[in-house]
Design a protein around this ligand. Structure first.
Ligand SMILES: [Mg+2]
Length: 240
């Protein structure tokens, strides 16, 4: 029997992460407002400045650094500097330190496993001739830490952390195992589904998370499930 390879995205497919970024944004805004004391700008002004800077970095940073923690540090320190300049205040060293500390929390435990993910991986792992892989974009150490601290690492034969595009790894698997035997499972159309379709492998989309940057129109028809608990059934239909 031919081997089936199920390739999982990590962030917001197996563990929730987007909400952490939103909480970090709230914390950074509050820190900046407090630092301005009675001359605090409106919340919108801080958020708009940070979003504009972050989106610009996403569009212009080289792929090797685009999804690294440094981008977020740069975004918030530059937001603070920009607002200080605009409002005629001198940036304070302790505020910069506070911002760095808040952003650092984003890349530390706890991480929460999405309900149903463990049971689903347990079922898939026990199937004959099945191999489970993780294919995730980000910082190697941070992504490994997420897998270790949640203990999800135990389900996977291979973990691939990449800087930007998942297509190359999926093409390599398709060559080795046959495109029809490889399935990419993920929450992002831009980062998971479209690269997998381009690589010619099967896909299952499980929408979750809120990152506006990650939206991209799908290129063709594909299978969608709303809950990871329905994945095993969907895979039986997709890969037969
Ligand atoms: Mg994801």
């Amino acid at each position: 029997m031919e081997k089936k390879i199920f390739v999982f995205d990590l962030d917001d497919t197996l563990i929730d992460t987007d909400y952490k970024f939103e909480l970090t944004f709230c914390d950074c805004i509050k820190t900046i407002l407090l630092s301005f004391e009675t001359r605090a700008p409106q919340i919108d002004e801080v958020l708009d400045a940070a979003r504009a800077l972050d989106n610009h970095k996403l569009a212009t940073y080289p792929v090797e650094t685009r999804y690294q923690p440094q981008r977020l540090y740069d975004t918030w320190l530059e937001t603070y500097a920009l607002l200080c300049e605009k409002h005629g205040l001198k940036p304070k060293a302790h505020v910069k330190q506070q911002l760095k500390g808040l952003i650092g929390q984003n890349f530390d435990a706890p991480w929460y496993i999405i309900p149903g993910a463990e049971e689903t991986l347990e079922k898939l792992k026990d199937l004959p001739d099945v191999e489970l892989h993780v294919l995730t974009v980000g910082d190697v150490q941070v992504q490994q830490r997420k897998l270790q601290s949640t203990q999800l690492i135990r389900f996977f034969k291979h973990v691939q952390v990449t800087t930007a595009d998942k297509q190359a790894y999926l093409e390599q698997l398709a060559k080795e195992f046959g495109a029809g035997n490889v399935t990419m499972i993920g929450n992002s159309l831009k980062s998971d589904i479209n690269p997998a379709l381009r690589a010619g492998v099967n896909v299952v989309h499980i929408p979750r998370g809120n990152w506006h940057h990650a939206y991209e129109e799908p290129e063709t028809e594909f299978t969608t499930v709303r809950d990871i608990r329905d994945l095993v059934k969907a895979l039986e239909q997709t890969t037969n």
